[in-house]
Design a protein around this ligand. Structure first.
Ligand code: PCA
Length: 325
C-alpha cells in the first residue's frame, strides 16, 4: 500500500516535470539509520532547507531507520525511481562498484580533516561512478572513526578466532576473516537483535552506532582503533535530477552543501560524546593494544593494496591526489 502510494507520487512528479509545470513535488526520502542519529536528523534539516530554498516546490518527507526501504534496498529503489531520493552508507555499494570503497581504506585517513581531503581527492571519480549507476550524490557525511566492539578483552588476533562478527560491507567481512572471525552482514537497524540472539558477538563501527543500538546491553569492550571514517550519502535518481530546472537544482544543491557541512561538524562534535556514553553505560572504552593494532595495520595495508588492484587507475589517482596535497 505504502509503496503503491509512493510510486504514484513519483510518477506524478515525472508527469509534472514532463509538462514543464512548476507544481509542487512530494519526495519520500528513505534513510537507513536510527531517526535519532545525527545523519537522520540532518536529513530532516536538509528537507526543511529544500522546502525553503525551492519555495515549497519540493517537499521531502524523511523515513528514517530503514522504515520505507531497508538499508540494503535503498540504492536500488532510487536507481529504479521507486524513490526519488534517499540516503545510504557509500561503501556498502563497493561490492557492485569497488571505487565506492574509497572511504573504507584502513588507516589512510583517520581524522575529519584527512577524511575531507580524501573526499575532495575522490569526489569527481565517485560522482562519475554514481552517474553510471543513474545516481547523483547531493551531499556526503562522515561517521566518526571506526573501532571494534567485543564481549571480552581482546589483545590480539589470538582472542578473535572463531568470534561471530557483524559486518556492514565486504571490506569489513574481509577484515574479520583476516582476524579469524566469522562475518555475517547485518543492517545497523537490526544490530541489537543480532547481538541479543547471538548471531553476532562483535562488530566494527563508530561510537555512534554502539550508542544508537545500546550495545552495552550485550557487549563489554570498545577499542578505539579509528581505522577509517566512512561516509553516508544522500543520492537522487539522475533522471529525476536532470529533469529539474537549473534554478531548482541550484536551490537543492545549496541546501545539500550547507547540510553536508553541518553534518560533518556534528559528527566531529559528537565523536567523543558517544565514547562517554558507552563508558557511562559500563563499557570499557580504550585504545587497542600495540600487538592488536600492529596486526590491524598489517591487514589494513593488504586491504588497501587489494582495493587498488581491483579499482585500478582511478583508485591510484585518488590516493596520489590525496597524498600529493
Ligand atoms: N555506523 C554504521 C556504519 C558506520 C557506522 O559508524 C553501521 O555500523 O552500520
Amino acid at each position: 500500500m505504502k509503496i503503491n502510494g509512493f510510486k504514484m507520487t513519483t510518477a506524478m512528479a515525472v508527469l509534472a516535470l514532463g509538462a514543464g509545470t512548476a507544481s509542487a513535488e512530494s519526495w519520500d526520502m528513505p534513510m537507513a539509520y536510527a531517526a535519532t542519529n545525527f545523519h537522520s536528523e540532518m536529513g530532516v534539516v536538509f528537507a526543511d532547507r529544500v522546502r525553503e530554498y525551492t519555495g515549497g516546490e519540493i517537499d521531502i518527507t524523511v523515513h528514517a531507520g530503514g522504515s520505507l526501504f531497508k538499508g540494503g534496498e535503498i540504492k536500488r529503489a532510487i536507481q529504479t525511481g521507486q524513490a526519488p531520493i534517499g540516503e545510504r552508507f557509500m561503501s556498502a555499494h563497493a561490492n557492485e562498484a569497488p571505487l565506492l570503497g574509497w572511504d573504507n581504506l584502513p588507516f589512510v585517513a583517520t581524522s575529519y580533516e584527512d577524511n575531507e581531503k580524501l573526499w575532495q581527492a575522490a569526489r569527481d571519480k565517485v560522482n562519475a561512478q554514481l552517474a553510471d549507476l543513474n545516481l547523483v550524490a547531493l551531499y556526503t557525511c562522515p561517521w566518526p572513526g571506526q573501532g571494534f566492539y567485543f564481549n571480552k578483552p581482546v589483545g590480539s588476533s589470538q582472542d578473535t578466532q572463531g568470534v561471530k562478527f557483524r559486518s556492514y560491507n565486504t571490506a569489513t567481512a574481509t577484515f574479520a576473516e583476516e582476524l579469524g572471525m566469522i562475518p555475517v552482514q547485518v543492517e545497523a537497524a537490526e544490530l541489537s537483535q543480532a547481538l541479543a540472539t547471538g548471531v553476532a558477538e562483535s562488530f566494527i563501527s563508530s561510537g555512534s552506532t554502539g550508542y544508537d543500538r545500546k550495545v552495552w546491553e550485550h557487549l563489554t569492550h570498545y577499542y578505539k582503533v579509528n581505522a577509517w571514517l566512512p561516509r553516508n550519502y544522500v543520492m537522487v535518481n539522475k533522471g529525476i535530477w536532470d529533469g529539474l530546472s537549473a534554478d531548482t537544482q541550484a536551490a537543492v544543491q545549496k541546501a545539500a552543501d550547507e547540510t553536508g557541512a553541518d553534518c560533518s561538524s556534528k559528527s566531529a562534535e559528537l565523536a567523543d560524546w558517544y565514547f562517554e556514553q558507552l563508558a557511562a553505560n559500563g563499557m570499557s572504552v580504550e585504545d587497542a593494544g600495540p600487538e592488536f593494532l600492529e596486526e590491524l595495520q598489517a591487514i589494513g595495508a593488504k586491504m588497501t593494496a587489494d582495493w587498488l588492484a581491483t579499482v585500478g587507475e582511478d583508485g591510484q589517482a585518488i590516493l596520489d591526489a590525496y597524498y600529493a596535497d
